[in-house]
Design a protein around this ligand. Structure first.
Ligand SMILES: [Zn+2]
Length: 353
């Protein structure tokens, strides 16, 4: 059997997959974080500073390509940059832990409080990302895809109002909830477009209307039209990210006009592909806690194969990986994709045509 030969550059491959065009093989493209403590040690760039300093950020982000061999890099590791810039109380934590927003101390109560500072893009936690993207583009040229990230209004609302209070508001007063969304979405557009100006190719759009917290009907009521508007106003492919069980809302998500949906391992990849019906690309959905974190390369390969068998468009961990994830498991992901291609020669260059 002739060896599988790659004919596309990483960035070209990612952009083609996002456009649901033919690819030589599905890209390994992570919409969320793949930085680990091992990678931090390797380049001497640690949390929390790697989230706040553009040079440290770029140095850590680039390892997703240079060390792991992924087709993309993703410099926005967390979900807190905008919330910090809005003035939320932060817990920055140490080198091996995630910075978080103290949601027990919300800064706002309702739509009347929402004010996005005119100079918010100049806040250090916003510039850490935009300036890092400029550095990464310079260092990677046009070969590797840069995936930025701008938080959706639903997630921002959790941070500024507190999860419980915001969800209660959504039950008590849907109109007031929409008013909050309409104000907060302007920050999603602003930061998203700033990252594109800096050189990002695509943006992850996390908006945690997750299956554990809200129903599929909620997604349709509060977010479907808003996401369509985001896809229109932000001028690059968007990758919607929602964790948890999402099959009950995937039909709506497929109508969001976003380029791709980053989905959780709680959803069977074959079933997800069946619902998506080619209307949106799917990216995922390797399990983090029980496979990438706790098992070995053999189990990682099995899961990659399951996604490849299902025809998942881009292969990636389901969400931000635990910071202590073993390198050998991450290195196995692109290896397994190539091994699958080698075993399925007919699916080569024309896998989707
Ligand atoms: Zn997630």
């Amino acid at each position: 059997m002739p060896p599988f030969v790659e004919t596309m550059k990483p960035r070209e491959r990612v952009l083609a997959a996002l456009a649901r065009q033919p690819v030589d093989r599905p890209p390994v493209c992570n919409p969320t974080n793949v930085a680990t403590v091992d990678l931090m040690d390797m380049v001497d760039s640690y949390f929390p500073d790697a989230n706040r300093d553009p040079e440290l950020n770029a140095r850590l982000a680039i390892t997703g390509h240079t060390e792991l061999g992924f087709d993309s890099v993703a410099p926005y590791f967390t979900i807190i940059q905008e919330s910090s810039a809005l003035g939320c109380e932060m817990q920055w934590e140490g080198k091996d832990n995630w910075p978080t927003v103290r949601m027990s101390k919300p800064i706002w109560k309702g739509p009347q409080d929402i004010k996005i500072p005119a100079d918010i893009l100049k806040h250090r936690d916003m510039m850490a990302i935009t300036d890092s993207i400029k550095i990464l583009r310079q260092e990677l040229g046009n070969d590797v895809a840069i995936v930025g990230k701008t938080m959706g209004p639903w997630t921002l609302a959790y941070h500024v109002f507190g999860v419980e209070k915001f969800l209660l508001m959504s039950i008590d007063d849907p109109d007031k909830t929409m008013e909050c969304m309409d104000k907060l979405k302007e920050l999603s557009v602003l930061f998203g477009n700033a990252q594109l100006d800096a050189g990002a190719d695509a943006l992850t759009f996390p908006d945690h209307a997750t299956g554990d917290l809200v129903s599929g009907a909620y997604y349709k009521r509060f977010l479907l039209e808003l996401h369509q508007e985001m896809a229109e106003r932000i001028k690059a492919p968007l990758i919607l990210h929602i964790c948890g069980s999402t099959l009950d809302r995937l039909d709506y998500i497929a109508q969001s006009n976003m380029a791709a949906f980053h989905f959780d391992s709680k959803n069977d990849p074959a079933k997800a592909m069946e619902i998506a019906k080619g209307r949106i690309a799917l990216v995922g959905n390797l399990n983090n806690p029980s496979t990438l974190y706790a098992r070995g390369p053999k189990e990682v390969r099995e899961e990659v194969f399951r996604c490849m068998d299902a025809g998942v468009d881009m292969i990636a961990p389901e969400c931000a990986i635990p910071l202590a994830t073993k390198l050998e498991n991450l290195l196995e992901i692109p290896r397994a994709v190539r091994a699958w291609m080698q075993q399925h020669p007919k699916n080569g260059a024309t896998i989707k045509s």
